[in-house]
Write a protein that binds this ligand. Structure first.
Ligand code: OAD
Ligand code: ZN
Length: 246
């Protein structure tokens, strides 16, 4: 079966780099983007330039974030996160590359420096001018007091969740680290991503071109199934559950 083949490939691999998407966290109660009921089936994305230009866009963006707070606050690592954390503890996974913003890899026991967050992190906020960090609680208090999304206390530029929006620059350091990891592994496992958003979606191919085996675990077909050595079109928790240790 697919799980057995994956087990063999994991056993044979020296360096495994997991690359994760929103499908990893659906069993934790966090919706993905493109499945039925996903975020982009309910909301139009707010591009970065709109966020910068419009107070109304910033207010709407923060209202959406606050509406999700209970879901993010309650979410615990799922079987997929725990399986990857087991492989990390076993010394097979140097780091995880993730498109996810939910902090669940860190919550499953990975050190922060071993989670490469290509699209940032939604559990705190950052000034888009000077980079100062703010807590979501601080933003919420200011939003409730002023009835509007706050600006930075240092430089007066807008404060945004520490995530990457469409049209926003990718984080340079994370892109470099993801490149190095993709090129230095012998097994690359893409998990729970439709693989349609670039440049993130370029890493599976980069790993493959550098000589790694490529496995894709996703319940729907992805854009890149045709270049994979193994495609497991099944539930992530069921597929990775057998690799959870403890
Ligand atoms: P998508 O929503 O595009 O894809 C998630 C994939 O996971 C879908 O193909 C689902 O079929 C699959 N899936 C969901 N739950 C699953 C489960 N339990 N078992 C197996 N498969 C499951 O999410 P991403 O590919 O992560 O970026 O989206 C990429 C980027 O698009 C996000 O990082 C975000 C979004 O716009 C930005 O906002 C910049
Ligand atoms: Zn600032």
């Amino acid at each position: 079966s697919g799980v057995e083949r994956l087990g063999d490939m994991i056993a044979e691999a020296k360096t495994i780099v997991p690359f994760t998407g929103a499908g990893l966290s659906t069993e934790c109660g966090i919706p993905d983007f493109r499945s039925p009921g996903g975020i982009w089936t309910r909301y139009r994305p707010i591009p970065f330039d709109e966020f910068v230009a419009s107070q109304e866009a910033r207010d709407e963006s923060w209202r959406r974030r606050f509406a999700m707070e209970e879901v993010f606050a309650a979410a615990k690592p799922g079987r997929g996160h725990r399986a990857l954390a087991s492989l990390y503890r076993a010394g097979k996974v140097p780091a995880v590359i993730t498109q996810n913003i939910d902090n669940l890899h860190q919550a499953s026991g990975l050190a922060p420096e071993h989670v490469v967050e290509l699209h940032g992190n939604t559990t705190y906020a950052r000034c888009i001018g000077c980079g100062q960090i703010f807590s979501l609680d601080w933003v919420k208090q200011r939003f409730d007091a002023d009835g509007a999304a706050p600006n930075c206390t240092s430089c007066d530029e807008p404060v945004k969740t520490a995530t990457i929006s469409f049209g926003q620059m990718m984080p340079e350091d994370e892109m470099q680290r993801a490149t190095a990891l993709s090129q230095a592994c012998d097994l690359f496992i893409a998990i729970g991503s439709s693989l349609v958003v670039w440049p993130a979606a370029g890493f599976p191919m980069m790993a493959k071109n550098a000589g790694a085996r490529l496995v894709i675990v996703n319940r729907e077909p992805t854009e890149q199934d045709d270049i994979a050595d193994l495609v497991i079109r099944n539930d992530i928790g069921e597929t990775l559950g057998p690799f959870v240790e403890n």
